[in-house]
Design a protein around this ligand. Structure first.
Ligand code: ATP
Ligand code: MG
Length: 269
């Protein structure tokens, strides 16, 4: 199940090159990531799995330009993201991020939260509201445009965050357990939607989840991490053509990949 590397460098959308991240606090030193190397092709969906505390969020934050690596770098479209501890902002223009918490602005309603990245890019009010309404409908919140975050459930807030991340048609989407707070049916619907959006826009997606089935359903590859220090344990190819139907999950082949990954994770206990 070893994955083939990208054929040429021009295929690579984002490359993590020798990234190590060490957190130093007064009490202790944590090697959150140790020498992570990962190349992700343009248009690929890559799932990251691994036990709690193995460094998945840290890696996403390094890839998003939010946490500087202790050593190593991230290369997006052939350009280095990190220049020491400072970030080359132009490298991450086409980036959408969704984190574990929705992080909405409480004083903005749903439409204005979704439209914020467009506002920051100077898109006029009518245009950005129209786009935000479209996205609100996409995530099933068409009737909640004028609601404020405090009036929404956790899952609804998370859907607003997803719509916001999609608002400027990102080429690269970094998602950290975006569906963790959703009920099973909404989650399945969002999986299908994410797959549709990725297919339609050609976006490259890096997706962290604790749900092995979700990782296999969405991913062209599943990257499994081991904790302390966080390292890549294994990369598994998932051969199913996209778009995938939910019924793929009932096939023997799907079950075999899920079982394999589960055994790998259990082995770390
Ligand atoms: N700002 C920080 N300061 C100190 N240590 C940190 C910091 N952020 C993360 N860590 C440590 O780095 C390690 C990896 O954390 P991280 O949040 O990346 O894990 P994770 O794989 O996302 O876990 P989970 O699945 O629970 O979300 C942990 O041991 C954590 O304590
Ligand atoms: Mg995390």
């Amino acid at each position: 199940m070893a994955a083939a590397p990208p054929e040429t460098d021009t295929d690579v959308k984002i490359a993590v090159e020798g990234v190590t991240k060490i957190f130093e606090t007064k009490k202790k030193t944590t090697v959150a990531l140790q020498d992570i190397n990962l190349q992700i092709r343009s248009g690929e969906v890559v799932s990251l799995i691994g036990r709690s505390g193995c460094g998945k969020t840290t890696l996403l934050r390094v890839m998003a330009g939010l946490v500087a690596p202790t050593s190593g770098n991230v290369v997006i479209n052939g350009r280095r993201l990190w220049n020491g501890a400072s970030v080359e902002k132009s490298v991450i223009e086409q980036l959408g991020v969704v984190f574990q918490e929705a992080n909405l602005f409480p004083w903005f309603d749903v439409i204005d939260n979704i439209a914020l990245p467009l506002k920051l890019r100077g898109v006029d009010t009518a245009q950005r509201r129209a786009r935000a309404q479209e996205l609100a409908e996409l995530v099933g919140l068409g009737g909640f445009g004028r609601s404020y975050p405090r009036e929404l459930s956790g899952g609804m807030r998370q859907r607003v965050a997803i719509a916001r991340a999609l608002s400027c048609d990102p080429e690269l989407l970094l998602m950290d357990e975006p569906f963790g707070a959703l009920d099973a049916l909404t989650r399945e619907k969002m999986n299908i939607e994410l797959q549709r959006i990725a297919g339609a826009t050609g976006a490259t997606v890096v997706f962290v989840t604790h749900d092995i089935s979700e990782a296999v359903f969405l991913g062209d590859r599943v990257v499994q991490f081991t904790p302390r220090p966080g390292r890549i344990e294994e990369i598994t190819d998932v051969g199913f053509e996209r778009p995938r139907d939910v019924d793929v999950q009932t096939t023997g082949e799907f079950g075999a990949i899920v079982r394999h990954l589960r055994h790998q994770l259990e082995g770390e206990l």
